[in-house]
Design a protein around this ligand. Structure first.
Ligand code: F6R
Length: 240
């Protein structure tokens, strides 16, 4: 696991975007695994800036996202589908038909998980972008999710509901469930790029990098992947 500690969020975002842009430049047909949340927003802004200034094209890029809240339609402003369109896709020349997320408003959630797993069989991520939950989750794989899990329905923990409530009008509006790629789907990526910032992530970063490999801290599984780059700001990396 390669760990890069940066001065701040801006430098973290710049370095992460450089890695993603170079993957797309080397392979215009790249498959990008993407994440939502606060951590990659700056990275995505830099990718948009590069696209506008340098013309890096995403016309033939395909994307697969990690997760989606259950019960929110793609036009709900807190859905991850909406987040991806407004924070990245609308700023690029990507064809929206080439972008994929689990559908959280599907009637049959198990059938939707099966559809997404089948899709992931054909879309092996050249790189999977990840953030890190303060409880060590990756995607919405909460502590004690089996390492061999594939896309599944998740009951979000109180900790995650509380962390994510900052983006909703009240904690009661935060969905209690999500569909998430499993740990196996994440580990199947050819490479992994994690961005982490802030003091509240420092314990999880320490456990992920130096701790025991255990489902109790899902991100610790990344120690078993041959090509992982973690870019964290100095607060998130303060316990390393
Ligand atoms: C988002 C996701 C989550 C977040 C994590 C960190 O698609 O799967 O694992 O990456 O909760 O969220 P932020 O970046 O908001 O701190």
């Amino acid at each position: 696991m390669k760990v890069i500690i940066t001065e701040n969020y801006e430098e973290m975002s710049k370095k992460a975007s450089e890695i993603l842009v170079s993957i797309v430049k080397n392979n215009p047909n790249a498959i990008l695994g993407l994440a939502t949340g606060s951590s990659p927003i700056g990275t995505y802004q830099n990718m948009i800036k590069d696209h506008k200034e340098n013309g890096t094209s995403y016309k033939n890029v395909h994307t697969v996202n990690l997760d989606e809240y259950v019960g929110l339609t793609a036009d709900h402003d807190q859905s991850y589908a909406y987040f991806m369109r407004t924070n990245l896709f609308y700023g690029l020349d990507i064809d929206l038909k080439n972008t994929n997320l689990p559908c959280g408003s599907a009637k049959d959630l198990q059938a939707e998980c099966d559809r997404y797993n089948a899709l992931l069989e054909n879309y092996k991520q050249d790189v999977q972008v990840l953030g890190l939950g303060s409880n060590g989750h990756i995607g919405f794989n909460e502590p004690n999710t089996p390492f061999d899990s594939v896309t599944h329905l998740v009951d979000l923990t109180e900790n995650t509901i509380k962390d994510n409530s900052r983006l909703f009008a009240s904690i009661d509006e935060v969905p209690r469930q999500a569909l998430s790629m499993g740990i196996k789907n994440i580990m199947n990526a050819k490479s992994i790029l994690m961005v982490v910032s802030g003091k509240n992530k420092a314990e999880a970063v320490k456990g992920m990098v130096k701790g025991e490999i255990t489902p109790a801290l899902p991100a610790s599984v990344l120690q078993l992947h041959p090509f992982v780059t973690v870019i964290c700001d100095k607060e998130a990396g303060s316990l390393l």
